[in-house]
Write a protein that binds this ligand. Structure first.
Ligand code: ASP
Length: 351
């Protein structure tokens, strides 16, 4: 199938769902960007899915988002060009988005019901299936760097809360005052969310409007796939809530025998449908194409159940597929033979 027929398929399925379920919206997309034939390396990133429309996003913020995405791609690409491993490139790219206050990760992360940022992140390499993650940390300046350290320096896969903060400080990672992460924008969103749903938390409110997590999937010069994702989770999330992002197989997965995936969206659904691993299992075991597998999960399974979001996926050939069931999926892609190209909305192509 061509890109266009996939976009049409998605639109058709989503339109049918409006008729069936009433709450799904025909605003997603499938995109298979050109990365050149047999690229030496590829980096694809996302800056979160959401339903903010062109009218809600100021031209200035939109331009800043695009510039942030380009800077992240270029930071990862510089390392990949020089032969760095996928995880190193992922940390370089996502650190830029964590440091930007405009994404739901690091500084600018979503605030929980107590008004604090508590970060979830994970990383995985596709050659050895090594993986690392942290959940609910509140002091690590760059959570994706901590996920890498867990992967490389421990025999464990995930550290949580104070344990993650302690581990990061013992391993020389930069810590930050919890106030560093809080932006005025996020404080306002929390107050709005509380006012809309007094006495409840995001964990029990159906809200598919804003996500904003950041993630990356990389093919490096050694032919290895890796994936990483980092987030503050959901605005007004219950104290202690952990989303899909640090869960290997839910928000992040990579295997050289199938594919790499980084997700963004309603995490409870990504966990229950083990979205990242299931996409790769369908490619590996059921022989589905990457776009079929990703659409099956996001469009046919999550959407009717009430969960929305997006994924960036990649195969060892470098083939890259973005799928979203939301009005926007901030995203970008760059390879050894194609320049950095980015997009914000689902109904535009990376450029
Ligand atoms: N998936 C994240 C979570 O549920 C949210 C996001 O993608 O922005 O924690």
């Amino acid at each position: 199938m061509t890109d266009r027929s996939h976009a049409l398929l998605l639109a058709t399925v989503a339109t049918a769902l409006i008729a069936i379920g009433g709450n799904a919206r025909a605003q997603g997309m499938t995109e298979i960007p050109d990365v050149g034939s047999s690229p030496d390396w590829v980096i694809a990133i996302h800056g979160g899915a959401g339903n903010t429309s062109r009218d809600d996003l100021s031209a200035e913020l939109e331009a800043q988002n695009r510039a942030d995405l380009k800077a992240a791609l270029e930071a990862g690409a510089k390392l990949l060009e020089n032969g760095a491993s996928g995880p190193e490139a992922i940390v370089a790219a996502l650190t830029i988005l964590e440091d930007s206050p405009r994404f739901n990760a690091g500084r600018g992360a979503a605030l929980d019901e107590h008004g604090q940022a508590r970060h979830d992140s994970s990383i995985m390499r596709g050659d050895t299936l090594a993986a690392g993650g942290i959940a609910g940390s509140s002091r690590i300046r760059n959570p994706i760097a901590a996920a890498l350290a867990v992967m490389e320096k421990t025999q464990n896969v995930m550290l949580r809360g104070e344990g993650a903060d302690w581990f990061a400080s013992e391993n020389g990672l930069e810590l930050a005052d919890p106030l560093y992460f809080i932006t005025e924008h996020r404080r306002r969103l929390l107050l709005e969310k509380r006012a809309q749903n007094p006495g409840t938390t995001a964990a029990n409110v159906q809200d598919n409007s804003v996500f904003g997590t950041v993630g990356a999937v990389v093919l490096d010069r050694d032919g290895n796939l890796s994936a990483g994702t980092t987030t503050g989770g959901r605005t007004n999330k219950r104290f202690g809530r952990v989303g899909d992002t640090p869960i290997i197989g839910a928000g992040t997965y990579a295997s050289n025998t199938s594919c790499g995936v980084s997700g963004t969206g309603h995490g409870e659904y990504f966990m229950r449908w083990t979205v990242a691993r299931d996409i790769c299992a369908r490619v590996e075991l059921a022989g589905e194409s990457l776009e079929q597998a990703a659409e099956t999960l996001l469009v046919e399974m999550l959407l009717p159940a009430g969960g929305t979001g997006g994924v960036v996926t990649m195969q060892p050939s470098g083939k890259t597929v973005f799928v979203a069931t939301t009005a926007n999926l901030k995203r970008g892609v760059m390879s050894s033979s194609t320049p950095a190209r980015v997009a914000v909305y689902s109904n535009e192509e990376v450029q």
